[in-house]
Design a protein around this ligand. Structure first.
Ligand SMILES: [Zn+2]
Length: 577
């Protein structure tokens, strides 16, 4: 077995393919499937034998060997069959029973935010105020020169009332402004100095789509919801492009180590797309399918500018094909749009009226874009589905594969609309992770009736929808085996609660794998090129330390990614492999 780690060739970003068309490499591969020369006919560059290869192909889901030639899969089959493709110079890898799957595809993450989170003040899993306080004080102590103390990931569960106060943060960070963002990115926690610098006082009105939480005297309490976050957020020193780019390089390498071969970037401005292109050229270990930020008023000029980006970035390394917008907020901040009030009152904060949303979606649909809409509450999900259905009807379009992102609390009656409208259900495998935030804040905020129909992965599958899994990194880790473990067990890594939270919604292992491979490929119009292992498909694959189909579900989380391959090239190799 070789221990060679090859790094991918520099990405070629010049191809100018229409959205949804076959990416470059796979096209070449199809054209080149006829032998290039008689002596090279059927000869593999590398073969993997004696493994357990889950291909994701319904006709032949399990084989034990696979051959790769160039950037694509040459053959799958028994070890004896595949060995017929070996010749002098073929690298033969004896898998010794290890598990191979198509390369993992994360259908929804934020690569820049995730990458920056690898080095930032992270407050994840600090479920008590004491744990959180220790981390904030610790970070502030080792960063005495930072003008601001900023961080993210705090959980609503760390606070008895579900929300923090500025006075608590004043005690932790007395001499500097501080601004800490919740784990879901929808709520900001500011200290008094930060509020003062931002001129947020009792006289300040709530901005549209946002809320300044007040104490019982009417003073800002230190909590800024949704669009109100910007009041303080705009003062926080922005990361410089070169800082973002170096973070991105680390983030891309980390993604490869998690077994990811493609990720879907859920919304970016033009500048961020350029940054991604640069980082992917420097560290070509990942494919990125990117959505641009949706524009509320997509005039002809706006569409022309976005279309130019779509034409420029159309390779299978970085492909722009969608726009992404937010219909509503999140459950814990009670900003997800609901039909019925939250237990504490209010029905959420939609960012659009139905008419505004219909108009924007129809314009993008007409111009050939896939539209991705964040929608969490039942009313938000209905608004997104309605806009997609109306756009298809008005424009006479089919096959756009518009996507609803998150779909946390849909009405059961709305689930068949996904299949009927060809709409992709883009969910996040770790969202039902039953930690203290989930059980102590998320579930009570929904109330019992809604909690029972929340994060209903099995019901979505049963309704015949194509369900694509993602992580929403940095909201949750993008470590795919953790996501699979959560979707299959619906327990924490400690195994709680016994049997799992809402266990009827647990998925089979095969379903979870399919959502992270073939279905996520479908969600980016690329199932003909990737997402399963079959001759002619891109050689994007992972080798795992244990056979996921044979082990008990509680052991899935211990699985190690041993090797990640993108287009035939190794992008990650564990020391022990
Ligand atoms: Zn997201």
């Amino acid at each position: 077995m070789t221990r060679r780690v090859t790094v991918l060739a520099v990405a070629v970003l010049a191809a100018s393919l229409a959205q949804g068309a076959a990416p470059t490499e796979a096209k070449e591969a199809k054209a080149g499937r006829a032998p290039r020369g008689k002596d090279r006919a059927g000869q593999a560059d590398r073969i993997f034998v004696n493994g357990r290869v889950w291909t994701g192909e319904p006709g032949r889901p399990l084989v034990d060997a696979l051959a790769v030639r160039g950037t694509t899969v040459l053959a799958v089959g028994t070890s004896a069959e595949v060995r017929t493709h070996a010749a002098k110079g073929t690298d033969v890898v004896d898998l010794r029973g290890r598990f191979v799957a198509p390369g993992f595809i994360d259908g929804h993450l934020h690569l820049v935010g995730g990458s920056l989170s690898l080095e930032a003040l992270r407050l994840d899993d600090a479920f008590t105020f004491a744990a959180l306080a220790e981390r904030v004080k610790g970070w502030a102590a080792v960063h005495p020169d930072a003008h601001w103390v900023t961080g993210e990931g705090w959980s609503y569960a760390a606070f008895p009332d579900g929300l923090p106060s500025r006075l608590q943060l004043d005690a932790l960070v007395p001499g500097r402004p501080a601004f800490l963002v919740s784990y879901d990115g929808h709520t900001g926690w500011a200290n008094s100095m930060a509020l003062r610098l931002a001129d947020v006082s009792r006289e300040t009105k709530n901005p549209p789509g946002g809320e300044i939480v007040r104490d019982d005297k009417g003073e800002p309490a230190g909590v800024l919801k949704e669009n109100a976050m910007e009041l303080v957020g705009r003062l926080v020193p922005k990361r410089l492009p070169h800082e973002k780019e170096s973070a991105l390089r680390r983030g891309i390498a980390q993604a490869a180590a998690w077994g990811l071969t493609t990720v879907h970037q859920a919304g970016s401005g033009e500048e961020e797309i350029e940054l991604l292109a640069k980082a992917l050229e420097a560290v070509p270990r990942l494919r990125v399918y990117a959505a641009l930020d949706i524009e509320r008023d997509p005039t002809a000029d706006v569409l022309a500018r976005q279309d130019e980006l779509r034409r420029r970035f159309a390779s299978d390394r970085l492909r722009v094909g969608a726009v992404k917008g937010y219909v509503d907020g999140v459950v814990e901040a009670r900003t997800a749009a609901m039909f019925e009030p939250y237990p504490g009152g209010g029905t959420g904060l939609p960012n659009w009226t139905q008419e505004e949303l219909d108009r924007a979606v129809a314009a993008y649909d007409k111009a050939g874009w896939q539209v991705m809409l964040h929608a969490i509450g039942d009313r938000g999900v209905d608004m997104a589905l309605t806009a997609f259905e109306r756009a298809a009807r008005a424009n006479g379009t089919t096959g756009r594969r518009h996507r609803v992102e998150h779909i946390e609390v849909p009405r059961p009656a709305d689930l068949p609309r996904f299949k009927a409208g060809g709409i992709v259900a883009s969910t996040q495998a770790m969202f039902p992770y039953p930690n203290q935030n989930h059980l102590g804040v998320y579930v009570p905020t929904l109330g019992p009736e809604r909690a029972r129909r929340a994060l209903a992965f099995r019901a979505i599958d049963d309704a015949g929808a194509v369900q694509s899994f993602g992580s929403d990194w940095p909201v949750f880790t993008a470590e795919v085996v953790r996501g699979i473990a959560c979707a299959v067990t619906r327990t924490t890594v400690e195994g709680t609660p016994p049997g799992g939270w809402e266990p009827t919604q647990r998925l089979t292992l095969e379903a979870a794998l399919r959502h992270f491979t073939r279905d996520a490929a479908f969600a980016e119009h690329a199932e003909a090129q990737k997402g399963t292992l079959a001759p002619g498909k891109l050689a994007d694959l992972v080798v795992l330390s244990q056979d996921l189909l044979a082990i008990p579900p509680e052991r899935i989380k211990d699985t190690k990614v041993l090797l990640t391959v993108v287009g035939g090239q190794d992008t990650w190799r564990a020391k022990e492999f």
